[in-house]
Structure formats: C-alpha cells, structure tokens
Design a protein. Structure first.
Lengths: 76, 183
C-alpha cells in the first residue's frame, strides 16, 4: 500500500470498514511509514478533541430559558 | 412559533410532557447542529425552539424510538438551513461570539478547555459547511454513517466522503494551530 492509498482509505480504516486484506496492508504500511503514522495519530486526536470540545457550551441557565420559552409558547 | 393545531387540556398535557422529555434528551445535540450551521446564538436558539415544537407535534410519525436522535437532528438541520435561506448571509465570525467556559472545571482546566473550544470553533468556521456538519454529526454527536446520511439527505457514499474530507480538513487546520500532530 502506498501513502496516497492509505490517505484515501483512512476514514474507512478508522471506521473499521476495510476488508481484512486491505486492513492488514494498511497496518503494515503504518508500521513502516512515520509520516502516515503521524497523520493517523493526528486524525485520531482530532476526533477525540471534537468529541471532548466540539460542542458550543450551554449552561443550565440557557437550557432553562429555552425550555421555559418553549413551554410558554405551547400554552398552558 | 404559533401552534398550528389546537389541543384539549389532556392532549396539551401529553404534548408538554413529550416536549419536555425531548428537550432534556436532545437539546445539547440540537443546539450543536443549529449553531454549527447558523453560527449565530440567537438563530441557533430559534432553531432549537422550532425543532422541538415540530418534533413534539410530529413525534407520532417516528416509528422507531431508537432512531429518535438522528430524527430530531434531521429536523434541526432542516430548520437551520431554512434560517440560512431566510438570512442569505455567510456564516459570521465566531470570534464575536466567544464560547462560554464550563464553570464546573478547575480554573486551569477551564482555561485549557475554553481555548481548545475557541480554536476548534475557528477551525470549524474555516471548513466547507457540509464537511463541517458531517464531522460534527459523526465525531461529536456519534451518529453512524447511515444516520448521518439520513440527517443530511445524502447517499451513504457521499456522506462517508464528507466525513473523510471534513476530518482531513479539520486535522490540517488544527495542525496549523499546533493543537494536533506535534512532532
């Protein structure tokens, strides 16, 4: 597998969607290619950062205010 | 948003309970989608309102409760796109709407978290809009590729391509900020 092949298949690799033969080829390539290993690590780190910090912050005051407005709009 | 249906007292109680439950379960995810599409907190809150009202009124159409999250996010996405169409503006600079700090964190953690949120927000603002939303739905909201495709009204292959390109774009942006990929 070449670097550009792994780049094209990176999402499928991370999602566990490659067939076993391709997955093995990807793993072998990453073991031998420092650049692709860095890209893989950085992509995983990016996904982790998104999971931890990717939401705009809503505090309880915001939530309560929006919920009150919703319920008021619906009527009593 | 005025209700288009009138309810008797019993029906209104049921709808209020459903609305409350939907809100508690999904508000953070709905607001995330709304804000990442509109880039305006006021518009995002309007989208939250219309999304949950429509969600409560249309909930009977949902035939699989396990699909409630992608279903409500699809409503949110459509409502947000409708806001953009009415506004006909490009996304605004997120720097003018600073992300708020989570007050439950210790001071040092809060600073780091706020800075990361700011850098990520800026990076997201620099992305293609559909690639941005694809990454948000997959990596923040945890939707499957199939659910993501449904929310965004894309074929599965197109959805996977958006995630692939979005992750690559975001990685490069965060690398340029020194947040990931340090050697």
């Amino acid at each position: 597998m070449r670097c550009e092949d792994l780049a094209d298949q990176l999402t499928a690799f991370l999602e566990g969607e490659l067939d076993p033969q391709l997955e093995t080829a990807a793993i072998d390539h990453i073991a031998e290619c420092a650049a692709c290993d860095r890209v893989l690590s950085a992509t995983r780190d990016t996904a982790r950062l998104m999971a931890d910090h990717g939401r705009p912050v809503l505090d309880d005051h915001d939530r309560n205010r929006m919920l009150d407005a919703l319920l008021d709009g619906l009527g009593s | 948003m005025p209700a288009t249906t009138t309810f008797n007292d019993a029906e209104l109680r049921v709808v209020r309970l459903l609305l409350h439950r939907l809100f508690v379960d999904h508000v953070d995810a709905v607001y995330n989608v709304a804000y990442r599409v509109t880039w305006d907190r006021g518009d995002a809150e309007d989208v939250v309102q219309s999304t949950f009202l429509k969600g409560a009124l249309r909930h009977a159409q949902l035939d699989d409760g396990n699909r409630e999250r992608p279903w409500i996010l699809q409503v949110a996405y459509r409502e947000a796109i409708a806001v953009l169409r009415r506004r006909r503006e490009v996304p605004t600079d997120p720097d003018v709407m600073p992300e708020r700090v989570c007050i439950e964190l210790a001071p040092d953690e809060a600073l780091v978290s706020a800075e990361l949120a700011r850098v990520i927000g800026q990076a997201l603002a620099g992305m293609d809009s559909t690639e941005r939303l694809a990454v948000v739905l997959r990596d923040v909201e945890g939707l499957s590729m199939r659910e993501l495709a449904e929310v965004m009204a894309l074929g599965l292959s197109a959805a996977k391509m958006r995630v692939h390109r979005g992750r690559d774009s975001l990685r490069r942006l965060l690398e340029s900020e020194g947040v990931v990929g340090a050697v």
